[in-house]
Design a protein around this ligand. Structure first.
Ligand code: SF4
Length: 760
């Protein structure tokens, strides 16, 4: 274990805000192990990046080793992000954690009981997997096997290749609970052409140079993407644009950026977006030329928006009217271009897709699409990203179309299934009905990388689904009882610093990632695990024989099929600086005029009308309301007042904290010291009414059950709302969440629920 005192780490983490730990200008960590300090062995330098918060691109790291041990971590120069927060530095405690899973294991007792495990060889593990999966394929069909990834997201492309080579279209990821519903909303607006829909869903990047208004809507990059904050603050300091922050919580992003903060009631964002649209239309402050030429359904949309006056919306959202008016004044007087910065909070409502459509329709309404300072598509996006590889590498192009009719989610969420598979989409099975798939015999077995059953509402139903499968194997860094008590076999996975896959992609810049150390025990990188399973299943050629060269072979193939013109050898020679892939021509704007937004190269959009659709003809085709309608949350003081009598507080979960990413890192001592217990946040008023003080043990209950946590009394939350961070094994908030899903996307409503909190 690297030697730095907990006290020193805490001091550093607190002193630098947002959990950043910085020792000097570039040195982030240095081992205090005297043996290493005194060792005269040469220092070995490796360049890698951090994946602790799941973002891509990530923060760069320079690792210095002595005697094969990590001696120092430094910022990586000439790299796009090199903030390095506490999570990034604390990754070393995971690498050297004695609790890591080091060998393949098979269970020796029945699933559903606390796991008893026996070490086996990789050969035995792979031959068992091959025997089980091939037997199911032979008897029932390859589609009965699901292939799923959770965290890390990096092995997705290799697992897709494995699933589609095997013959199953049922590859899914945690993104079917996370962010992808926003992409689906964009597919309904701009058309399901994957290249467009995936690129217009912006993340929390610095705002473009000419942006006049940036709406940060349900996102707190100060905690979820801290590397982006300096760019955002710079834009604010330049006075370049005004910031509207819409969030039920008073986050550090509000303090850093907001010209106006609308602290709305959770789940009412759609109404606010329609109100903004109505105000812009009434003031004539929208792009009439763009709307007339390039959009469909404006009259019907505008007519619907009329319902959402400032006065009525203030009532729905439960915010002072003047706050909304101030935001409207900014929108009207500043003018376009406008950008909306969003995160995964939006889809986590039963009406999430439509609410997102309402918000995102502000972009075409203000003519902010693909113009400088607006929401633009990158020129000539390369044919790959670091999570999905290339459509050729991951077989989504070659093999998935022929398997499409065997995907198991279409009967539950047909819009999602059809849009995900639409020409060049990547599949992405909707995983939320997993209990139903298993119950109905649609899925009999599963290969799961980094999967955690706690991510689903009513976790116990997913645990039962794992238990009821004929066979399930998972790869992970640790034994995690919440999931692994229900699986048949465990495979040890290599951690970030031990892997070389995948490539890092920043826009047009590519980097190789250098493994800094050998994987612990017999752990293998995920890409290699996929290749080794592929070979065991009989796909020797497709997976280049597996083995130690598997990662390199995958990267070679990804580069070869990306069309970027860079070979593995060239990238290797250019490491650590990386290579920028040059544009073939001049960057263009308004590319919908020149055929870039459609596969057939015609001007316009790939929607049924060929235009941006305020009114979705795709949804109409499924007999769904084509308008971006606002609906009250399923559970709310307005929609279920009877339930609210006993459970008066709105349960908001899924928000980020600076020291953990989802359920990860609870076993990292340095980070655990920053938040040792499950925390239930409530406002001073709500706490006073219940006689609760910070540090009290409290019970959080809903109609579905209760969990215990520690109270934190804070002004971050509204008086009517509870904020409960997810991912705690001893206080899994998903146990008290209902399995309510958005009928369009199938996403769970993590941010809808009514609860009560009492002191225990
Ligand atoms: S912000 Fe922190 S956790 Fe995220 S990539 Fe950077 S160092 Fe890692």
């Amino acid at each position: 274990m690297p030697n730095i005192s907990r006290r020193t780490f805490l001091k550093l983490a607190t002193a630098t805000g947002a959990g950043a730990a910085v020792l000097g200008s570039n040195v982030l960590f240095q081992s205090a192990d005297p043996a290493l300090a005194e060792s005269t062995s040469p220092e070995v330098v490796r360049y890698t990046h951090c994946v602790q918060c799941n973002h891509g691109p990530k923060c760069g790291m320079k690792l210095i080793l002595k005697d094969d041990k990590l001696y120092r971590i430094e910022k990586r120069g000439n790299y796009n992000n090199n903030l390095i927060c506490a999570k990034g530095v604390a990754a070393i405690q995971e690498i050297y954690d004695p609790e890591r899973l080091l060998y393949p294991m098979k269970r020796t007792n029945p699933k559903g009981e606390p796991g008893q495990w026996e070490r086996i060889s990789w050969d035995e593990a792979l031959s068992t997997i091959a025997e089980k999966l091939n037997s199911i394929k032979e008897k029932h069909g390859a589609e009965k096997v699901a292939f799923i990834t959770g965290d890390p997201k990096e092995p997705r492309s290799a697992l897709m290749r494995l699933a589609y080579a095997f013959g199953s279209p049922n590859f899914g990821t945690e993104s079917s609970t996370c962010f992808l519903a926003t992409e689906l909303a964009n597919k309904l607006i701009y058309g399901p052409y994957h290249k467009v829909a995936s690129k217009v869903a912006t993340g929390a990047n610095p705002v473009p140079d000419k942006t006049k208004v940036a709406i940060f809507w349900g996102t707190n990059p100060a905690w979820s993407a801290p590397f982006s904050m300096s760019g955002l603050r710079n834009a604010k300091e330049k006075g370049q644009c005004k910031y509207i922050v819409v969030d039920p919580r008073v986050t550090p992003t509000v303090h850093s950026l907001a010209d106006v903060h609308i602290q709305l009631r959770p789940g009412t964002d759609g109404a606010l977006a329609l109100c903004f649209a109505n105000s812009l239309i009434e003031a004539g402050a929208y792009d009439k030329e763009f709307v007339e030429k390039w959009t469909h359904g404006f009259e019907e949309y505008a007519d619907y928006c009329k319902e959402f006056t400032v006065e009525k919306t203030a009532e729905i959202c439960d915010v002072p009217q003047e706050h909304i008016q101030k935001a409207v004044d900014i929108l009207v007087t500043q003018g376009a271009p406008l950008v909306c910065k969003t995160a995964a909070a939006w889809p986590h409502h039963v009406n999430g897709v439509n609410s997102f459509r309402a918000m995102w329709s502000l972009i075409p309404l203000t003519g902010s699409l693909d113009v400088p300072g607006g929401v633009s598509l990158p020129p000539e996006p390369m044919d790959f990203d670091q999570w999905s590889g290339t459509p050729t590498f991951n077989y989504a192009r070659e093999k998935l179309p022929a398997l499409d009719d065997k995907r198991v989610d279409r009967k539950y969420f047909p819009v999602w299934a059809d849009m995900e598979d639409y020409h060049g989409g990547q599949g992405n099975l909707q995983l939320n009905p997993l209990p139903e798939y298993v119950r109905d015999g649609d899925i009999l077995a599963c290969v799961a990388l980094g999967t955690n059953a706690m991510m689903w509402p009513q976790t116990q139903e997913y645990q039962k689904a794992f238990q009821d499968m004929e066979f399930i194997v998972t790869a992970d860094f640790y034994i995690r009882p919440q999931t692994h008590d229900y699986v048949d076999m465990l495979l040890p996975a290599a951690m970030s610093f031990e892997r070389s896959c995948p490539l890092t992609v920043y826009g047009r810049k590519l980097f190789l990632r250098e493994p800094a150390m050998e994987p612990a025990g017999e752990a293998r990188p995920d890409y290699r695990i996929c290749c080794d399973i592929g070979v065991a299943l009989g796909f020797e050629e497709e997976f280049w024989g597996g083995g130690e060269k598997a990662e390199e072979n995958c990267m070679r193939e990804i580069l070869k099929t990306s069309g970027c013109g860079v070979s593995y050898e060239e990238l290797q020679a250019a490491s650590p600086e990386g290579i920028t892939v040059p544009l073939k021509g001049e960057p263009q704007i308004k590319k919908y005029e020149t055929g870039y937004f459609r596969r057939d190269g015609q001007p316009g959009f790939e929607t049924p009308t060929g235009k941006v659709e305020f009114i979705s003809e795709i949804l109409r085709g499924y007999d769904l309301d084509p308008r971006p309608v606002y609906l009250e949350p399923t559970w709310s003081p307005v929609s279920t007042p009877e339930v609210a009598k006993n459970y008066p507080l709105i349960l908001n979960t899924g928000s980020r904290v600076p020291m953990y990413t989802h359920s990860k890192q609870r076993n990292v001592p340095w980070l655990r010291a920053l938040m040792p217990d499950p925390i239930c946040r409530l406002s001073p008023k709500a706490a006073r009414e219940r006689g609760i003080e910070t540090g009290d043990d409290v019970e959080l209950s809903t109609e579905l059950g209760s969990i215990r946590a520690k109270a934190e009394v804070t002004n971050i939350v509204r008086d009517d709302t509870i904020d409960m961070f997810h991912g705690w094994e001893q206080a899994n908030v998903n146990l008290v969440h209902a399995r309510d899903f958005d009928p369009i996307s199938g996403f769970p409503s993590y941010k809808e629920g009514l609860c009560q909190v009492t002191k225990v």
